[in-house]
Ligand binder design. Sequence first.
Ligand code: FAD
Length: 417
Amino acid sequence: MSVAGKCDVVVIGAGIIGAMSALYLQADGRSVTLLERGDVARGASQGNAGILAFPEIIPIPAPGIMKKAPRWLIDPLGPLSIPPAYALRIAPWLWRFWRASSPQAFRHGLKVQTAMMQLAAAEMQRIAQMPELSGFISNTGTLDLYDSEASFNAASHDWQEKAKAGFQFSRVGRAEIEQLQPGLAPQFRHAMYTPGGLQVSDPYEFTKAIADLAASRGVEIRKGEAVRVEPAGDGAIVTLSGGERLDAARVVIAGGAWSKTLSSGLGDRLPLETERGYNTTLPRQSFNLTRQLYFNDHGFVATPLSSGIRVGGAVELGGLDLPPNYRRSEALLAKASRFLPDLKTEGGTQWMGFRPSMPDCLPVIGSSKASAAVVYAFGHGHLGLTQSAATGRLVSDLVCGRSPAISVEPFRPGRFA
Ligand SMILES: Cc1cc2nc3c(=O)[nH]c(=O)nc-3n(C[C@H](O)[C@H](O)[C@H](O)COP(=O)(O)OP(=O)(O)OC[C@H]3O[C@@H](n4cnc5c(N)ncnc54)[C@H](O)[C@@H]3O)c2cc1C
């Protein structure tokens, strides 16, 4: 495919999705330019919780979720918030989200996520076996905590689905909870333990390591902002903010939550929004956190990372431009210190990140209607790190003209037309 003076592939965006796509494309023999307007791995991929959440196959738009939402919205610092300044803008996305929560759409989403997570786990295992990357992935196990027996029971259907999909876990009571994570508040008497729960040592370090490995194998990492992508012959041209034009056989748009400007320019009207998430990273010695903890009734997690103890989550449907409201990070930390009474909450670093989110909570992986030479890879919402290697594989399958490892039909950009 290589043409003199023309790149095989330009990948736009060096978050985990773009970096992983570049690595896979290079391994498939393509000459790749990875274009990033800022620094590598400084978008959503910088500060996420670092969890490789393969068992998270249950679609977020589930039947009945819209009935629960008003309860969450009452608390402006609760697990879900919509700033008044953004309420009208987000309404069409919420309408699509509601439609995705029908029983039929839910069953479809479950089937699709199960196939995607199986591919994601298999591909991430290949990544973990690479000597340059193996040190970044570890098995700490996952403890899913519930406030009461009632809320544990309410989740039992989800756990049955996870068991059907082949994930292994067991119910644990107070004595085992205390052994698995000493220092949890006594209210936690009901939990599920997933011994195979994986995580990365730090999401920034991991994404950077993927990009560095790609670069060491010949991927060109280039600073620049793509302002337009347009089809040209059987390839495409990327125009940079300074006016320079990059001629490519294929272009992959992996700009995370910012991908819409480029996809709209190609005539694809995609309902990409952002679910803003907040966290605080505390010094490592703030608490002896042994493994990932999910506080299921409160929409946040705590993860032991090499960079510290990261506490966060929540969803704020506030778009790309409103300033962050770090009272959300503080509210999550205050809750965490109630649940882990010995947690020292001083000295932390607050962060807000933009999850790139589609209303059906499935990513967009597929060609633009303008040209098969332009492939989209964005919209992974809460699961971009987890599904990054699978996405790299699928992107490379599409670019190289192979039959994709799993059907990409459910991820096609045209599904919202
Ligand atoms: C609080 C929080 C916790 C999370 N926890 C987890 C977790 O535990 N596990 C998990 O799997 N996922 C998690 N996620 C989700 C995950 O972080 C995202 O899904 C993932 O990082 C998205 O990666 P990305 O590469 O698509 O986007 P990004 O990492 O945002 O990267 C996009 C890149 O594209 C660049 N870019 C955009 N437009 C252009 C342009 N025109 N020209 C050049 N460059 C451009 C941007 O500068 C950016 O660097 C979490 C997210 C948040 C916010």
